[in-house]
Design a protein around this ligand. Structure first.
Ligand code: SAH
Ligand code: SF4
Ligand code: F3S
Length: 521
């Protein structure tokens, strides 16, 4: 064990007094640092250290020569971006990418723990991979991401999924070379999960999935501890990257020709609060600097309503490359439910915030996340969610049935809402969401919009597809040379989830619509 592992191993050793299902450590000749949700809950006062010294150890160079890797990602954009970093590390080790599990010498499942069905998918996939491992015993199979941070998952894999060779978590992906090396050297499963977040490492290699849109982390972790949510346990405490690093990364992406950047964090509105030497520096200040960079579009996700401040609204209203779309998860329209969720705002406060946003930016599209069937949610409380949806006029929403997550406070609550009722509520909510989405799209008929062309449509290679500033999908015919560029498209008709249109010309509008159709042609 090296110093870094020892530090995190001690956290795990802290659970000695804990009655774990079974102590598997005796089976291990190699690294065994299992997770502990109890440790993951702790929030230390120590300040975040920033490192710029990541490098691949000489002894690992060439580890991947003539070998291929495959990574399947199950989670949010944060997980997608972690996959880009792991792909970067694989390439630096000499591996080649493949998109077929059959061809791969190493398969990683980058998992998500947010709801039970996300977890079930991973266990299903591990079942399929068992056959592959039998045919090709030298294949390495790894499980990483948020599920690895849960002790119940690690125990289940140790007990039942012996085809797995390595388990590591979200805080130590920079140790991938060492973990791979340990897995090659050892017959036992390598388990290295840190329950305490690590420092911020700035110079990890990345292989981005595309060359048009890019993700940029602005912060890691979450300290909000909404009572239903596993993320604060799987991602550790809030740690902001320094503004100068973010600005430099966005500038670099712009110089490479990227057209759009999405700033990532679980709660981007808390950005900067943890940087000690920057007083009162927040997301608004960061956005105010980023808007000066010559890149057509900047988005951010996800906003927590509680920390959404007036300065941010003021800056977003300056538009330019700051697009007219805010994803603002509300979760419920009932103040009583919001209170049990520990969201720390009421229905009224949320509506007040929406009022401010609309007053400053009338053309901004709002989208949201909603959970139905929270423990003991009454019919009236659910109806408050429907009425809030109407009152705000959200353009779209991700909707979920509440899923209990072991280790969170909500999982311990009694729940008197039967599953059929939850399903029925979800259906009613989805019906409303669909009506509002269709209505939002209807407004586009005949308008000329700005579209960032991303490539051929999935269904028909003759047709190109891209998104507007408000994130509406548009399909249209245009020369392939427009891929990666911003173009003007006249909307001819609307589908349930997308818009069809005719290509007008290349160029930016700088807002969602062209005010006067006569301005073109
Ligand atoms: N940090 C983001 C949310 C990330 S998780 C935020 O606070 O806005 C994405 C969404 O998953 C959440 O907004 C919530 O709607 C949903 N979600 C989280 N935990 C869940 C659970 N236990 N059951 C059902 N949905 C959940
Ligand atoms: Fe989860 Fe709440 Fe943090 Fe979002 S803000 S990641 S819902 S705890
Ligand atoms: Fe899932 Fe982890 Fe993201 S739980 S939603 S992958 S932060």
């Amino acid at each position: 064990m090296n110093e870094e592992q020892r530090k995190h191993g001690q956290q795990a050793a802290g659970q000695e007094d804990k009655k774990t299902e079974k102590d598997y450590s005796k089976y291990f000749q190699s690294v065994y640092i299992p997770p502990s949700l109890k440790d993951a809950k702790k929030r230390g006062k120590e300040s975040v250290q920033y490192h710029n010294d990541f490098k691949i150890d000489e002894k690992f160079r060439g580890m991947g020569d003539n070998k291929k890797f495959y990574i399947r990602t199950y989670g949010c954009q944060m997980n997608e971006h972690d996959t880009e970093v792991m792909a970067g590390i694989f390439m630096a080790l000499g591996y080649e990418a493949t998109n077929s599990t059959e061809d791969a010498d190493v398969i990683l499942l980058n998992t998500c723990a947010i709801r039970e069905n996300a977890e079930n998918k991973v266990f299903g996939e591990l079942g399929h991979l068992k056959h592959l491992k039998r045919e090709k015993p030298e294949l390495l199979i790894g499980v990483c991401g948020c599920m690895s941070q849960e002790e119940s998952v690690v125990n289940k894999i140790l007990k039942t999924y012996h085809q797995v060779d390595m388990i590591f978590g979200t805080h130590n992906i920079h140790r991938l070379p060492n973990i791979l090396n340990d897995a090659y050297m050892s017959k036992a499963m390598v388990v290295e999960v840190w329950s305490k977040e690590g420092d911020v490492i700035e110079n990890l290699p990345k292989v981005r999935r595309g060359n048009i849109k890019a993700w940029v982390n602005i912060m890691y972790g979450c300290d909000k501890f909404c009572t239903y949510c596993i993320v604060p346990y799987t991602r550790g405490k809030e740690r902001s990257r320094r503004p100068e690093e973010i600005i430099q990364e966005v500038r670099h992406l712009a110089s490479q020709g990227y057209q759009e950047v999405t700033l990532l964090g679980q709660n981007v509105n808390a950005y900067g609060k943890d940087i000690e030497d920057l007083e009162n520096y927040g997301l608004g200040d960061l956005m105010d600097e980023l808007r000066k960079i010559d890149i057509p579009r900047i988005r951010f996700t996800t906003s927590h309503p509680r920390d959404f401040d007036d300065h941010l609204i003021e800056v977003l209203a300056k538009k330019g490359n700051l697009v007219e779309h805010i994803h603002l998860p509300v979760q419920s329209g009932s103040s009583a439910v919001l209170k049990i969720m520990a969201r720390k705002y009421t229905r009224e406060r949320f509506l007040e915030l929406v009022g401010k946003i609309k007053a400053a930016m009338p053309d901004t599209a709002l989208t949201t996340d909603i959970i139905v069937g929270y423990p003991n949610e009454t019919e009236e409380q659910f109806e408050e969610t429907l009425s809030l949806y109407r009152e705000v006029g959200f353009e779209s929403a991700y909707t979920y049935i509440y899923s209990p997550r072991e280790g969170t406070p909500a999982a311990k609550m009694n729940d008197n809402v039967p599953m059929e009722v939850k399903r029925e509520r979800l259906q009613r909510l989805n019906k409303l969401v669909n009506e509002y989405s269709a209505e939002a799209l209807k407004q586009y008929e005949g308008k000329i919009v700005e579209v960032l062309v991303e490539g051929e449509s999935k269904k028909n290679p003759e047709i190109l597809a891209g998104y507007t500033r408000r994130n509406k999908l548009v399909n249209f015919k245009a020369p392939k040379t427009t891929i990666g560029k911003t173009v003007k498209v006249k909307i001819t008709d609307t589908k349930s989830w997308s818009l069809n249109g005719e290509f007008v010309e290349e160029g930016r509008i700088g807002s969602e619509f062209l005010e006067e159709a006569a301005e073109v042609k």
